[in-house]
Design a protein around this ligand. Sequence first.
Ligand code: ARG
Length: 467
Amino acid sequence: MKKKPSKNKMWGGRFTSKPSNLLQKVNSSIHFDYKLFEEDIEASIAHATMLAECKIISKKDSISIIAGLKKINNKFKKGNFKLNPELEDIHMNIEAQLQKEIGDPAKRLHTARSRNDQVATDLKLYVRKRNDQLIKEISNLQYALSKKAKAGYNILMPGFTHMQTAQPITFGHHLLAYVEMLSRDKSRFIDCNKRLNDNPLGSGALSGTSFPINRKITTKSLGFNKPMQNSLDAVSSRDFVLETISSITICSIHLSRLAEEIVMWMSSGFNFISLPDNLTTGSSIMPQKKNPDLAELIRGKTGRLISSFINMSIVMKGLPLAYSKDLQEDKEPTFDAIENIQLCLQSMTAMITSLKANKENMELAAASQFSTATDLADWLVQNLNIPFRTAHEITGKIVKMCVDENITLEQMDIEKLKKIDKRINKEIYKALNIRNSVERKISEGGTSPKNVLKQASQWIKRLENGK
Ligand code: ARG
């Protein structure tokens, strides 16, 4: 007798042969979607409970299904669950295992459900949970930055525009700029989770179901706000992924800017900060080297994080309603982006917590390059009532004289200054002092140590209160 060809157990009914090796290789997603394991079990338990409550399956079957799913969950956690690529994905792996565990009742679990609404639900649960973790990671980094800002509220450093020394600022002020950026990043993740939190489960393959399901039950047990209102939208939309990855992208750009600054600040030209040995690396050939690899990797990973967003955007564009298998390609960029931004946030927190500011070098640099020229112009305006544009011109000439004589503004002879305007007196030198300069920047959001101390303390308090 001819041997019957082995077919897929889950959908082999209308097939005469099993998938080719090539198809199996391309089609199988188990090697990455196993990460949805917990969520798949959670959603299946909610579904089985609802089916019984709506009398679509018996209470007895539902109890058996739930017990089986819990058993599988334990097995997986202990590493005793063998994933089978022939069963394509995590959903079919779990369902097949359930049949092994409990037999026939397992065949009722997939009533009024499709893998399409199942996978959308699992992924939402996963992204929601991971977004919550990212929100915490961002808070941790904000806290580390705020603490360092408080410690450095009175350390002076050069502020730059065009990467040229511009005006003196405080180190604390510089760090708090990132706390502000991160707070907007955090609000984006919070916002993602608000919009994400509607339930796709119960949408079936695409059109809903003829079974008398109650979607409010699964909505409640899975912690969603309400059932999604259009089954086509529910199974085929991934804007919650796009939104999350776009928030990750923006956050990673912020981290990359800070990483770039850490690399610069650590370089011998700057020597503004140092990092401990356990967060830096050596060179295999140059024994003297201490490299900021962690910062460089944060900067480098931004490439793949931005690409995840582009990747997902391209997968989604031009995809007709409703589900197409293209959507299976949503998972790898999602997992990769979430895992890597988490690593970046943790790495940055470790670096910020342990970096040491080299106060002397920072303050030396802050006082160089005529960094208080704007203060000089402001002094002329504030004390001699000279229009700012004229004061700018005068100051420019003074700077030019200093450049020619190779001296600092403070070294400029008072008599020479008086020749420019006889009303100029020795008080002008006070305006040139970098400490005076920052202490006068008391405008809202300005760099004065007083402002910075206040803001750093407020942030610390806010973050300690979980906000
Ligand atoms: N592994 C699939 C995915 O990730 C599950 C959904 C499969 N649905 C289907 N109609 N083949 O999207």
